[in-house]
Design a protein around this ligand. Structure first.
Ligand code: AVJ
Length: 322
């Protein structure tokens, strides 16, 4: 672990966010990043195996097919920085293709120490790859990586799995612009984005028949019980996945089955919920391929190549900083 590691999201920030999201009089919400404690991360891993959730398999198929084309488009020596620590096969294909051109430095960036440990287990022993974990949020972590860059080294940033879909469109644009401002001309970003697809396919992916996604969502409340001394009765809530066509996003909500009051002891908060009222826990924005290219251009990238999976509409865009 790097000596200057940033401490993970502190408890005080968690309490502040919970008070902000549940304490107001308007629509109730909780930030989706809190879905991923150790249990949430394990449930998400299970989601990626579900037949209804084709996103992760599409991402992996595209990287398996096109890794060598990505490698052909970049010059060595290379620094690879991954936003969200990659685990498993998809990052492996890329790293193996890239090392055919020479050794490289690989920096997985994640706020979760457990995710970084897992990442080392999966990817720590690839010939020609020097791995260094960065325990940090994405952009501060990237700036730490870039401060170590030596003359002549090019940078490839990986932002895979449609993680960008958790930002609203304006925040996604702002994120890409900020990311671009840290890079030099010729540096690259490989961006994975889930695409708009038939609504029934999306609803099944976010409300699967075995209830894993429901458990993933409900774990948010279980986490508040475990960590903040809250008294949510999980059986009084149901998982809901909603397609918002105006914003082209899937929303996950937790719906209160009855009128109830919940106490969140450590946040010093009492929450009153009506029957049918929801707590909004996640948005997953869906894109069009040309929209990704346009967003990239506005941020100062040119789209060098774009590969799309037909079975599960998903696209990888190789973007070059101008
Ligand atoms: C990890 C953000 C890409 O939005 O599809 C999966 C998270 N939520 N099922 C997504 C998620 C419910 C996932 N991302």
């Amino acid at each position: 672990m790097s000596a200057q590691s940033i401490v993970p999201t502190p408890r005080t920030a968690f309490i502040r966010d919970v008070r902000e999201g549940l304490g107001n009089s308007g629509e109730k919400w909780l930030p989706s990043s809190y879905l991923y404690d150790e249990i949430g991360a394990a449930l998400f891993e299970t989601i990626t195996l579900l037949p209804e959730y084709g996103l992760t398999r599409a991402d992996a198929r595209l990287l398996e097919l096109h890794s060598s084309q990505v490698a052909d488009s970049l010059r060595a020596p290379l620094i690879v920085a991954e936003l969200g620590s990659g685990s498993g096969q998809k990052t492996r294909w890329l790293l193996e293709a890239l090392t055919e051109r020479g050794p490289l430095d690989y920096y997985p960036i994640d706020i979760s120490r457990a995710a970084l440990v897992k990442c080392r287990g999966e990817l720590g022993r690839i010939g020609g790859v020097r791995m260094q974990e960065i325990e940090s949020s994405y952009l501060p972590g990237l700036s730490k990586v870039l401060s170590r860059r030596r003359r002549g080294e090019a940078v490839l940033v990986l932002f895979l799995g449609s993680t960008i879909g958790n930002f609203d469109r304006a925040a996604g644009q702002a994120f890409l612009t900020e990311l671009r401002s840290q890079l030099a001309p010729g540096d690259a970003l490989l961006l994975g984005t889930d695409l708009v697809k038939p609504v029934d396919q999306l609803l099944a992916a976010y409300d699967d028949s075995t209830g894993v996604t429901a458990a993933f969502n409900l774990n948010m409340l279980a986490r508040l019980n475990r960590e903040l001394g809250a008294d949510f009765a999980l059986r009084n809530f149901t998982h809901a996945a909603i397609w918002n066509g105006e914003h082209r996003r899937i929303e996950m909500h937790l719906r209160s089955a009855r009128k109830q009051q919940v106490v969140i002891r450590d946040a010093d908060l009492k929450v009153n919920l009506e029957a049918g009222e929801t707590i909004w826990t996640e948005s997953s924005y869906k894109y069009e391929t040309n929209e990704v290219r346009q967003m990239a251009r506005r941020a100062g990238f040119e789209c060098h190549a774009q590969w799309t999976d037909e079975a599960w509409p998903f696209t990888e865009s190789l973007l070059i900083a101008q």
